[in-house]
Ligand binder design. Structure first.
Ligand SMILES: CC(C)(COP(=O)(O)OP(=O)(O)OC[C@H]1O[C@@H](n2cnc3c(N)ncnc32)[C@H](O)[C@@H]1OP(=O)(O)O)[C@@H](O)C(=O)NCCC(=O)NCCS
Length: 178
């Protein structure tokens, strides 16, 4: 399945062909240091586990939740955007979004376009009451993306995560669906 973002960008499901791309993205400290719970170093085995997990999610939801961001001109994976769903009484009530982009593609407005499209898609598809992004306090670029896509700051959660042995204050950005 594909989600079209713009003439030059689309989202589509991960395949085994994306393993080198996943290894490239997720072994970069500048990406991984901003993400919540991923192993470092990120191995081929981790990528295969991720693909198997995606297949399980597909069986459960009949739709993929994690997508590669690709350039239309060559189908190259340049990043990722994905959703986690949290059920309350069998209803898909809450969702959390995660995203990352290779450094050479950053600062060009790409994630703003992807998050806008993906938020709309997730809202129409799953109708969650709320979608959130958990953004580490130092991650100004991600905060700007969330704000530009209509998310608002709900709370700053002190010492909410521990990464590399350090507490990290985290901003909770949310979009509420009326
Ligand atoms: C966060 C991330 C996804 C943003 O993607 P992107 O495509 O570069 O974002 P955009 O170009 O759409 O917008 C980024 C905004 O942040 C700004 N920005 C970038 N780095 C910045 C910095 N260090 N300080 C302040 N602003 C910064 C840009 O100027 C832009 O704002 P503007 O449109 O007002 O000029 C990307 O930097 C990334 O993948 N980072 C590593 C992983 C990560 O942090 N994921 C998010 C976890 S919550």
């Amino acid at each position: 399945m594909q989600i079209i973002v713009s003439d030059d960008l689309y989202l589509s499901t991960f395949t085994a062909d994306d393993i080198p791309g996943l290894l490239d993205c997720l072994n970069r400290p500048e990406i991984i240091d901003n993400l919540l719970t991923l192993p470092f170093p990120y191995t081929r085995n981790d990528a295969e586990t991720f693909l198997a997990y995606n297949a399980q999610l597909f069986e459960k939801h009949s739709l993929h939740l994690n997508y590669a961001i690709r350039m239309a001109k060559n189908n190259l994976m340049i990043g990722s955007i994905g959703l986690q769903l949290y059920n309350e009484m069998h209803r898909k009530h809450r969702a959390k979004v995660d995203y990352y982009l290779l450094p050479q593609y950053q600062g060009k407005g790409i994630m703003t376009r992807c998050l806008n499209t993906f938020t709309l898609w997730a809202t129409h598809t799953f109708k969650p009451a709320r979608i959130s992004a958990m953004i580490f306090i130092h991650n100004i670029a991600s905060e700007k993306v969330a704000l530009k896509c209509g998310y608002h700051l709900e709370a700053t959660l002190l010492k909410y995560y521990i990464k590399n042995g350090k507490y990290i204050d985290t901003k909770l950005y949310t979009i509420i669906n009326e």
